[in-house]
Design a protein around this ligand. Structure first.
Ligand SMILES: C[S@@+](CC[C@H](N)C(=O)[O-])C[C@H]1O[C@@H](n2cnc3c(N)ncnc32)[C@H](O)[C@@H]1O
Length: 353
């Protein structure tokens, strides 16, 4: 599994230090070096304050029927801070903290914060695994980060410790089944560029030679309106050159969250070629367009009846085999947070304890 996930480290490259999990450590260092070279896609010469689609977070807040006012929100692996900054600007009574292991990304985030004159958002350089905070958070948001981490349960455990008793973590990760096309292309690029491993600026040329690109709407959310050449280039590098990428299945999310100490987990949103939509594990013939219901995934009533007889983790395994998601958002929390979840989220929930 490791070889499929880790890009070649390269001949003569110094990776020699021992640890409990060398893959995790080496991957972490390479990942932060990579994102220093390609700060996440929102960096635009710092001329412009980013404005991003916060729909995935907003839906959660609406369904949990509480407002952002007074909340403390953590954006874990915030990149250049586009979401944290947007959240802070749109919700002046919310306190937002963002951190990322890439110092260059955090420098851009701080510049945006200064530009916007915001005093309800702060940024720091940290890894997920090492992050801690004396003031806990009501919401931990972590978008597109954990699949880059060799020891995700450790990172999730650190995020779990940052939550208030009623706090919820909302985590979006790539899914192994729907991301397979990119993983195969990554391997091709890796083989062609082995001798240049770690020299990402040189490796980028293989992406052009192979005519590889990633549509701005591949993951259905978080995209900015304007798609400049440099944004597209960063998106491409992010997809094909990141030094460590290991997409998850629903079962991985359950296993890592359990190990991290969460009490419950719900698969909340699923990204497919149709975009990112809420998931409802109930049979609904008239689900709104933003909800994928079990009836849509499995039109056969007989199949749905059989699924109803299965434990929820098995049901989820069947759903992901059929949907082959590109990514998914899951929610997780402690016992006290479960009560505030909507009936849809509760119906999607697996108990972990
Ligand atoms: C695909 S980007 C996503 C950035 C941001 N969350 C967003 O949605 O735009 C992945 C980010 O995860 C960060 N990252 C990767 N591994 C990390 C770790 N172990 N701890 C903290 N940040 C990490 C990278 O530096 C990068 O900024």
């Amino acid at each position: 599994m490791v070889s499929a996930c880790v890009m070649a480290v390269g001949k003569g490259r110094d990776v020699g230090h021992t640890s409990v999990d060398p893959v995790g450590d080496v991957a972490a260092r390479l990942v932060s070096e990579f994102y220093d070279a390609f700060p996440q896609r929102y960096a635009r010469g710092m001329q412009e304050i980013p404005e991003v689609d916060l729909a995935p977070i907003s839906v959660l807040i609406r369904e949990a029927s509480y407002s952002f006012d007074g909340l403390r929100v953590l954006d874990a692996g915030c990149g250049t801070g586009a979401q944290a900054t947007s959240l802070a600007r749109q919700n002046p009574l919310t306190t937002v903290v963002g951190f990322d292991c890439s110092a260059k990304s955090i420098a851009v985030a701080r510049q945006s914060q200064l530009l916007a004159g915001l005093n309800n958002v702060a940024f720091s350089v940290s890894s997920c695994e090492a992050f801690s905070s004396e003031d806990p958070f009501d919401l931990v948001w972590c978008n597109g980060v954990l699949h880059h981490i060799g020891m995700p349960a450790k990172a999730l455990g650190a995020l779990h410790k940052c939550l208030t008793a009623k706090g919820v973590a909302a985590i979006w990760v790539l899914h192994r089944y729907g991301h397979r096309d990119i993983m195969l292309k990554r391997e091709l690029v890796q083989r062609l560029s082995y001798s240049e491993a770690g020299d990402w600026k040189t490796q980028v040329r293989w992406l052009d030679e192979l005519n590889l690109s990633i549509p701005a709407d591949r993951y259905g959310h978080n995209q900015l309106g304007e798609d400049t050449e440099s944004v597209a280039q960063t998106r491409k590098a992010d997809a094909f050159l990141t030094p460590y990428l290991c997409p998850w299945t629903f079962a991985d999310a359950l296993a890592h969250a359990k190990q991290a100490g969460f009490s419950w987990l719900a698969i909340d949103q699923v990204t497919t070629e149709k975009g990112t939509r809420l998931l409802a594990l109930t049979s609904e013939d008239d689900a709104p367009p933003w909800v994928t219901s079990l009836t849509e995934v499995f039109p056969s009533a007989l199949v749905r009846r059989r699924l109803g007889e299965l434990p929820i983790a098995e049901r989820l395994a069947c759903i992901e085999l059929e949907m082959r998601p590109r990514g998914f958002l899951f929610l997780a929390g402690s016992e006290d947070s479960f009560a505030q979840c909507s009936p849809r989220i509760r119906a999607n929930t697996c108990r972990l304890l």
